[in-house]
Design a protein around this ligand. Structure first.
Ligand code: ZN
Length: 410
């Protein structure tokens, strides 16, 4: 396709499969999940993996591929990825976003090259390679490919973690998506921020737009917005002025919607503001909640608020050698000379559901020397970075699947 027939003869087959997967239009809001399932089942048949699908919500298939270990009673290694991608603004793209065009420098352009079809294919290709080498591991390896992460995972991972089929995976450690890193280091995420989405409603006295009416909704809204945005400014300054601090270590607040009013000359009785808060897991959530309440109280009476999303679980996976999963993850990285950067994820991924279920999860996408382009125009990944990621995964997956029985395991 797209004039790539000539170079595809010489192309690394892993790259060819990656580009084929990128061309499946699994783009929200109507992802081609049938195409995804067909492709992944074909991969499973080629490699010789057990395969099945599960629908926790109709039309939202979860694909589970399994490489059984020699000691299947041990906790397993789960390699998770999501199959959907976010929409595109095609007019801003240099190449069509679902053509998987590869330029002379080896940069492959397509929606999902970073987020996160690369990782799915890297898992698959790493397993293909290890299986062809005749390797076997004590622990079972499951690949889970889940839908709808990009719209919150409510019909995907959120339901899946409560499903008997998920418990049957007997997960010990889950790998999930991370982010590209523009330097030669690799980011690895051991926790995520808590997302709170909330709307503050302000009620006040109405009147004619020509007068100084007291106790208006607008004055209260002004006070609320000022309190929230003052805190935003403080956190921004703290991030900029503290060496070593990253976006994941501070709390972000953004005003995302303002509504109210009926006419140009009428002082309205109600106005509201909506905020997107991403709270660092180091924050005491109860105290933070009290602070929000005090900001609203300070704005006056008849100020109420509602939460659209309020994530209270801030469990993290300990990135220290005392955690055998971390050790098994980081040791091969050290041997390969990779510089790992353990961080708190600045946004949210499906890992939050896994950690909330009490399980260890690490977010890792092996993309260094790569600008962060997820959800952006001209999302691309270089072929060499992609192929090296497969080799990195063979070492990490092999190490995780070989972790000796832990206390409590037979
Ligand atoms: Zn993603």
């Amino acid at each position: 396709m797209q004039g790539s027939a000539m170079d595809s003869a010489a192309e690394n087959p892993s790259t060819t499969r990656f580009r084929e997967y990128l061309r499946i239009q699994s783009v929200q809001p109507e992802p081609d999940y049938d195409g995804i399932v067909r492709f992944l089942f074909k991969m499973a048949d080629e490699i010789g993996l057990e395969k099945k699908t599960l629908e926790c919500a109709p039309g939202r298939p979860i694909v589970i591929l399994t490489w059984r270990g020699t000691q299947p009673q041990l906790k397993s290694v789960v390699l998770n990825s999501h199959t959907d991608v976010v929409p595109v603004f095609e007019e801003f793209w240099t190449y069509p976003p679902f053509a998987a065009h590869k330029d002379k420098g080896g940069n492959i352009y397509a929606r999902g090259t970073q987020d996160m079809k690369s990782v799915t294919i890297q898992y698959i290709e790493a397993i293909r390679q290890m299986k062809s080498e005749g390797r076997q591991f004590p622990r079972t390896i499951h690949l889970t490919m889940v839908p709808d992460e990009e719209i919150g995972g409510h019909k995907g991972m959120e339901l899946f973690v409560d499903h008997p089929e998920f418990r049957a995976l007997n997960a010990g450690i889950t790998l999930d998506e991370g982010l590209a890193n523009a330097s030669d280091e690799f980011s690895v995420f051991y926790g995520e921020k808590c997302i709170w989405w909330m709307t503050v409603h302000c009620q006040g006295d109405p009147g004619h737009g020509s007068r100084f009416i007291e106790n208006t909704a607008a004055a209260k809204l002004h006070s609320v917005i000022t309190s929230f945005l003052d805190f935003r400014e403080k956190e921004k300054k703290r991030l900029e002025s503290t060496p070593g601090l990253r976006l994941g270590d501070v709390t972000t607040i953004n005003l995302t919607k303002v509504s109210g009013g009926v006419s140009c000359n009428v002082i309205p009785t109600s106005m509201s503001a909506t905020f997107d808060l991403r709270i660092s897991p180091t924050v005491n959530l109860k105290e933070f909640e009290s602070q929000i309440e005090s900001w609203c109280r300070a704005a006056g009476d008849q100020v109420t608020f509602e939460y659209h999303q309020k994530f209270m679980n801030k469990k993290v996976t300990t990135p220290e050698d005392s955690n055998p999963w971390w050790k098994a993850f980081s040791d091969p990285c050290k041997k390969l000379g990779l510089k790992l950067n353990p961080e708190i994820f600045p946004a949210a991924t499906d890992s939050r559901y896994i950690r909330a279920a009490g399980l260890d999860a690490l977010g890792f996408s092996p993309m260094n020397n790569t600008p962060i382009l997820l959800h952006d125009h001209d999302e691309y990944l270089n072929e060499d970075v992609f192929l090296r990621g497969i080799q990195i995964y063979t070492q990490i997956i092999g190490s995780l699947a070989s972790v000796h029985p832990l206390p409590g395991e037979q």
